[in-house]
Design a protein around this ligand. Structure first.
Ligand code: CDM
Ligand code: ATP
Length: 294
């Protein structure tokens, strides 16, 4: 297997506000998206045909065949390039599935990057983002791969302000939540046609405490509907709130994964370990926010 590994990090929505709804039912968003130093990993090597092997702790929870977003990405890219899709792909599936941290989207983005390199395509970035958007609303931001302010239904991306060093604890209670079901369960907020522009943000936060303050003024609008569909989200947020050094706790994306924000690796590591000890059935990991100063 080729030694170039393509990381597919967890996507975390530090806030996620629903600001409108399109005629086709998709929602317009205002979100600060970051990536965490934990994720899946993809390898690609030359082969006579297209295959995917899925390994890792969550391998059993994703489609092994054509429904896998990695294979869908491969077919889409090959079609756009006018090629036969030929590659042996291996996916190490370490992120929980249907968990609000964009695992499948990050895998699809990694596949587009890995296969562009393997097939020596050097595609235009705009074309790649367009292919990504056809695979899922979160794929463009995963291709972008650094802290981003995300608007539209996910395709309107701009750089986030510089973020300070900060750590996340990601906790998932082991309950899969369908993104479509969570959007459908919303009871309030902008209906068809309504639209409000993403709110501007002030100066870049200088440390983790200032980042927590910035986040405290924003929301995840999918948290309330997700809590109704999955009461375990309350328990996860409760567990994060009791850990030492937790500056803020919130759900990511459409859930059920929640994050705690911490100033130091030591606090985040201790919090993740304490939650894992208390709830052995949960997924609980500490990871830095990627793309912040070392
Ligand atoms: C909630 C987020 O994770 C925030 O980053 C994303 O917006 C969801 O991204 P995703 O999982 O890649 O979403 P998709 O697979 O494209 O869409 C799943 C379903 O979520 C709903 N959906 C998704 C994105 C969006 N902006 N509005 C929506 O209403 C639609 O019902 C859609 O059928
Ligand atoms: N490689 C993959 N990894 C994860 N899920 C996949 C993959 N391929 C296909 N899927 C399907 O995609 C669906 C969504 O999975 P995913 O883990 O991306 O959800 P999510 O974390 O809620 O995403 P988001 O935060 O973007 O809404 C699942 O039902 C899963 O069966």
């Amino acid at each position: 297997m080729s030694d170039t590994a393509y990381p597919a990090p967890a996507k975390v929505n530090l806030w996620l506000e629903v600001v409108g709804k399109r005629a086709d039912g998709y929602h317009l968003l205002d979100s600060l998206v970051v990536f965490a130093g934990v994720g899946d990993c993809l390898w690609a090597e030359p082969a006579a045909d297209l295959s995917l092997a899925v390994e890792g702790p969550y391998a059993g929870q994703v489609p092994a065949g054509g429904g896998n977003l990695v294979l869908r990405a491969a077919h889409l890219l090959a079609e756009a390039a006018g090629l036969e899709p030929r590659a042996r792909l291996v996916l190490d599936k370490r992120l929980p599935v249907a968990a609000g941290i964009g695992g499948g989207s990050s895998d699809a983005a990694a596949a587009l990057r890995a296969l562009s390199a393997l097939w020596r395509l050097e595609p235009d970035e705009g074309l790649l983002l367009g292919l990504g958007a056809a695979l899922g609303a979160d794929v463009p931001v995963c291709l972008y791969g650094r802290p981003a302010l995300m608007a539209g239904i996910g395709e309107d991306l701009r750089p986030a302000p510089a973020l300070p060093e900060a750590w996340l604890v990601l906790v998932n209670p082991g309950v899969a939540l369908s993104t479509a079901a969570v959007f459908q369960a919303r009871q309030s907020g902008p209906g068809g046609g309504a639209f409000s522009a993403p709110r501007p943000i002030g100066p870049a936060p200088r440390d983790a405490e200032a980042l927590a303050e910035l986040l405290a003024g924003r929301r995840n609008d999918l948290e309330a509907p997700a809590r109704r569909l999955c009461p375990e989200v309350d328990a996860v947020l409760g567990a994060l709130a009791t850990t030492a050094g937790c500056l803020l706790g919130r759900m990511s994306g459409s859930g059920a994964t929640c994050f705690g924000l911490y100033a130091t690796a030591a606090e985040a590591g201790a919090a993740a370990a304490a939650i894992a000890a208390e709830q052995p059935g949960w997924w609980s990991v500490a990871a830095p926010i990627l793309g912040t100063p070392d």
